[in-house]
Design a protein around this ligand. Sequence first.
Ligand code: FNR
Length: 464
Amino acid sequence: MVENKNKISENSKGLTFENKLILAPMVRVGTLPMRLLALEYGADIVYSEELVDWKFLKSFRRVNDVLDTIDYLDSSDGTVVFRTCEKERSRVVVQLGTSDPIRALKVAKLIENDVAAIDINMGCPKEFSLKGGMGAALLTQPEKAKSILSTLVQNINIPVTCKIRVFESIDDTLNLVKDLASTGISAIAVHGRTRVERPQHPNRCETIKKIAESLDIPVIANGGSREIENYNDIFKFKEECGSSSVMIARTAEGNCSIFRKDGLKHLEDVIKDYLKLAVDYDNSPSNTKYCVQNMLKELQETPRGKRFLECQTLEQICKIWDLGNYCRQKQLEYHSKGILNRREITPDFLDPKRNKRKADYDSEPIDVVMKCAFIRVNYTADPDLPKSRLITYCGKKKLKVPKYTIFNENKLFRAVALLDGKTYSSSFWEKNKKFAEQGAALVACVSLGLIAKEMLIKDGSMVE
Ligand code: FNR
């Protein structure tokens, strides 16, 4: 009877960790497109990148009807802290960086209906984590680690896991994992290296095996990427570690199709599959670029790799893999459905008081406003820059050079250009003052017929 009851309560928590292939948590790599790609290829569970608790606590949840996603947006600058969607809901584990049970619980309560489980990072050896008492710092503070885990286990309705590194001493490691398992967590992921060991050190599979033998919760073996080159290697690693499941980081970062039963796909095809998802989920160009860079590795040195490194927009990246049109069409579709991107969300969207304050840039009506982003790579020579073109224009027409007024909110900038008694501005928020001035100048150039609107639409700088 008791056993049955336990089984029911275990099942009611949903996700289980037996016999699973898992995408490991990876900072910047484990964002939505990579997680979905791993699931498409055959991973059973995907971990998010580590997200520090206070980042979540200063975010707010928004349903994104255009992308069909749930977004957690930073309330000071509108950037996406965590984006998820229905496709991964029953299989995504959010990894938290935390040193405090109360903060961890607040985050868990905020997100528990959107994700399948929560993991606590107890392995990160980076100084940032250690200084904050997070990551591997928790390995030497078992009472605090236990308190975080048991607070979560007792108060949320989804499974809780943790990911650790091992100690030199097998006995010390076994004592720790028994302590952690006693909190009622659903599984433990073990990276078989100590806090000071690096990827070139051998993974301590023997220690993982001893852990698996000594615990009655699933153990997820991690740290085997050096030996995992194809699908079968995953199971050799699993067997060597005697674990329930396997979690893969670096091999998947380089070629996510490692999860495919039918074998690895060619890297070119993997990049294309990844880029489509990046476009579909409006992933930021910088994050997309970072992930592709980690796939290309030394191929970045080729002429095509160098061209790729110069890209700044998603469309430019996609063009290199013949997906420029796909990207453009999707972006037009999203814009026509009214997608709000970072520049548009901020600051009006985030700050309800703002309407009352009436910032200067909209207390005086601006004569010409267009949605133009200044994309630096679209201009090869200085005389082509919008501000330079306006100066040339003023010279020819014997007008005073334009004057720019800058407005700054939440670390983003807009400018208004005053030229010949008329004001021009772009409704996009730029990341620095120079770009904001160029954006305003671009609007003036279009309005005066110095740059064709069609050209800007084509190069992705303007939305109709
Ligand atoms: C990591 N790792 C990691 N671990 C973690 O618990 N949280 C994290 O956010 C990250 N971030 C991260 C980023 C990148 C780019 C890499 C390569 C690794 C460590 C990772 O999850 C894993 O434990 C190790 O890489 C060992 O596993 P593999 O690579 O041998 O499969």
